[in-house]
Design a protein. Structure first.
Length: 266
């Protein structure tokens, strides 16, 4: 994982600063936090009939509405959003959309379950945050966090005020999704109105990158929903709307990371 992700990150850095003849970042200088095994369930647990948790249903419907807003799928009929059939309709709509491409129902359900589990199972949450903390070194200069990883990075920074990490790069982040995520963050956001998330005190430069058709990043401009300056970028990931690798090799990602590492970026 580290080898693959580091190489894609290097591609983004090369695109940003125009250097291809030298290796700017060795694999050993990149640490990846793996926590996918924490969420693993038997295959029988992934059937579409098991999307019954209210949290997962709400997030699934939010994804469907976001896809419909971009014209990718037929919009859900608000008058009929009830009953078990709505889950199947949402899965069918998303599975056939340009947002999801070839992702199977089980993959969508697994993603819903990950987010719900993180916010509703304290022991699991603590285990993941502990793994993240173990990956941080005294010389860590930048955190690059994708998807749910951006939530984990955000909460970890507040849990460890002793860390001195000047830069944060978030990719495809759902941090600003109202009610389901923003309101559940630790620490809690300011009540507002408007509700605004707190800013990790260590971070001097926060760059957020969201793909146009990435419905996981429902609110793409984090700068509108968190305190302090956040540089927001919107990119095109093509059909791989939420791919970590597509985000990592984007020029704007490379530019943000190169700047954090002290390279001159024109």
């Amino acid at each position: 994982m580290r080898h693959e992700w580091a190489n894609h990150l290097l591609g983004g850095i090369y695109s940003a600063i125009g250097v291809r003849s030298q290796k700017l970042l060795a694999d050993a200088e990149v640490e990846c936090v793996f926590y996918g095994d924490v969420f693993r369930k038997p295959a029988s647990m992934l059937g579409p009939g098991l999307v019954t948790d209210p949290f997962e249903v709400d997030l699934l419907m939010s994804w469907w509405r976001a896809a419909a807003a971009h014209g990718s799928v037929v919009s859900p009929d608000e008058r009929t959003l009830a009953g078990s059939d709505i889950i199947r309709r949402a899965l069918i709509a998303l599975a056939g959309s340009s947002f999801v491409g070839k992702r199977a129902d089980s993959a969508l359900i697994f993603g819903l379950g990950q987010v719900r589990s993180y916010f509703t199972m304290p022991d699991l949450r603590d285990k993941i945050l502990s793994r993240f903390a173990d990956a941080i070194q005294p010389d860590t200069q930048v955190i690059v966090a994708h998807s749910l990883g951006s939530v984990i990075a955000y909460e970890s920074l507040f849990a460890h005020p002793e860390w001195s990490i000047p830069a944060l790069v978030t990719l495809g982040s759902p941090l600003a999704v109202p009610n389901l995520i923003l309101n559940r963050l630790q620490p809690s956001p300011d009540a507002g109105p408007p509700i605004r998330g707190k800013r990790p005190p260590q971070i001097r430069e926060w760059t957020n990158i969201a793909a146009t058709n990435d419905f996981v990043a429902l609110r793409k401009k984090l700068g509108d929903h968190f305190h302090g300056k956040i540089t927001d970028w919107e990119i095109d990931n093509g059909g791989s709307f939420h791919s970590a690798l597509r985000y990592l090799n984007a020029e704007v990602t490379g530019r943000a990371v190169a700047s954090a590492l002290g390279y001159v970026v024109s």
